[in-house]
Write a protein that binds this ligand. Structure first.
Ligand code: NAD
Length: 308
C-alpha cells in the first residue's frame, strides 16, 4: 500500500489552534495538504477570543515548507463560516477535506444546567459542524470529491455524567454523518466520524501525567488522516486514543413480530429477552430498511404477500 498523501488537496480544520485540531492540521500539512487553520481562540468554556494559537499553527506549517492560512471565525456563526470558505476558495480554488473539530465544554448535571448552556454547546458542536459542512457541500458536489469528518465522543456514544448538552451534541454527529453519507455518495463525498479520547486542555484534570502522555493527540491523528484520504471508507465511527483504534456500530436485533391480538405491553414484557437478543442482529443501510423489515415481517406473520 502506497503512502497516504494530500498533495493538491485543500483542508479546513476547525478549532485547530490547540489540541486535536492542531495535531490534525499539522498531520495534513506534513503530507502535502494546504490547510485553513480555523480557531476562534476561546477558552475551554467558550469564553474570550484570540488569534494567537491559529497563527502559531500557520507559522509551524509554513516553517515546514507547507501552505496554510488562519481564519478566526466562530463555527456557530454561519456568515463567518461562509467567509472562511470563500477565503479558502479565493486562495486555493477548491476544498477537499473538512475536519469538524472545534468544541467547548459547559458541564453540569442536567438538574443544574441552564438551557442557555445546553443551547451554547449544541450551537458550537452541532450547528457549527453543520455550518462548515453545509458551506463546503456545494463545492464538494461540484468537484465530485469531498471528505468530511465530524468529531464525536464517548460521551455522546456511551454517556458521561454531567455532560447532557455535550453528549447530545456529540451523538448528533452520528445522525448528521448517517444522512450526509447517503446524500454524498453519488458525488464521491465520504463522511465519517472520529470519536477521540486525548489528553488536551479539555481533559486536563482527568488523567494522571503518565496516562496523559499515552493519550497524546498525535496518537489519534493517523486515524483522522485515513478517514479523509483518497481511499477513505464512509459511514464509519472510528474510536481513537493512545494508539487504539476501533469501530462503533449501531445494530438492530432481529426482534419479534406480534399479531394484533398479541400486541400488548404485557406480551412485550414477556418477550423482552427475545426482542433484545443480539444473535442475528444487523446494521440497517438506512431508515427505510427498517420500515421494510417491519412491513415484511407483519405481512409474513399474516400470510400476506407484499410486493416490495
Ligand atoms: P481543545 O479545547 O484543546 O481545543 C478546542 C479548540 O476549539 C480550541 O482551540 C478552541 O479555541 C476551538 N473552538 C472552540 N469553540 C470554537 C468555535 N465556536 N469556533 C471555532 N473554534 C472554536 O479541545 P480538544 O480536546 O482538542 O477537542 C477537539 C475536539 O475533540 C472537540 O470537538 C472535542 O469535543 C472532541 N473530543 C475531545 C476529547 C478529548 O479527550 N480531548 C474526547 C472526545 C471528543
Amino acid at each position: 500500500m502506497g503512502d497516504i498523501r494530500f498533495d493538491g488537496r485543500v483542508a479546513i480544520v476547525t478549532g485547530a489552534g490547540v489540541g486535536l485540531g492542531r495535531s490534525h492540521a499539522l498531520g495534513l500539512a506534513a503530507r502535502g495538504a494546504k490547510v485553513v487553520v480555523n480557531d476562534l481562540g476561546v477558552s475551554r468554556d467558550g469564553s474570550g477570543s484570540t488569534s494567537e494559537a491559529s497563527e502559531a499553527v500557520v507559522a509551524e506549517i509554513k516553517a515546514m515548507g507547507g501552505e496554510a492560512i488562519a481564519h478566526g471565525c466562530d463555527v456557530s456563526d454561519e456568515d463567518g463560516v461562509k467567509d472562511m470558505v470563500a477565503q479558502a476558495m479565493d486562495t486555493w480554488g477548491r476544498i477537499d477535506i473538512c475536519v469538524n473539530n472545534a468544541g467547548i465544554l459547559l458541564d453540569k448535571t442536567f438538574g443544574k444546567m441552564e438551557m442557555s448552556a445546553f443551547r451554547k454547546v449544541i450551537d458550537v458542536h452541532l450547528i457549527g459542524s453543520a455550518n462548515v459542512a453545509h458551506a463546503c457541500w456545494p463545492i464538494m458536489r461540484e468537484q465530485k470529491y469531498g471528505r468530511i469528518v465530524f468529531t464525536s465522543s464517548g460521551s455522546g456514544l456511551y454517556g458521561n455524567f454531567g455532560q447532557s448538552n455535550y453528549g447530545a451534541a456529540k451523538a448528533a454527529m452520528m445522525g448528521l454523518m448517517n444522512v450526509l453519507h447517503i446524500e454524498g455518495a453519488r458525488d464521491n463525498i465520504r463522511v465519517n466520524t472520529l470519536a477521540p479520547t486525548a489528553a488536551t486542555r479539555m481533559t486536563e484534570e482527568l488523567f494522571p501525567p503518565e496516562t496523559a502522555e499515552l493519550l497524546a493527540p498525535e496518537t489519534i491523528t493517523p486515524g483522522l488522516l485515513y478517514l479523509v484520504s483518497e481511499d477513505a471508507p464512509s459511514h464509519v465511527i472510528l474510536g481513537a486514543g493512545a494508539g487504539s483504534f476501533a469501530q462503533t456500530r449501531v445494530y438492530e436485533t432481529k426482534g419479534i413480530t406480534l399479531s394484533d391480538e398479541d400486541n400488548t405491553p404485557e406480551t412485550i414484557a414477556a418477550q423482552f429477552n427475545q426482542i433484545t437478543d443480539p444473535s442475528n442482529q444487523v446494521e440497517m443501510a438506512d431508515a427505510f430498511a427498517q420500515t421494510k423489515k417491519y412491513a415484511l415481517n407483519a405481512a409474513q406473520a399474516r400470510g400476506l404477500k407484499l410486493d416490495w
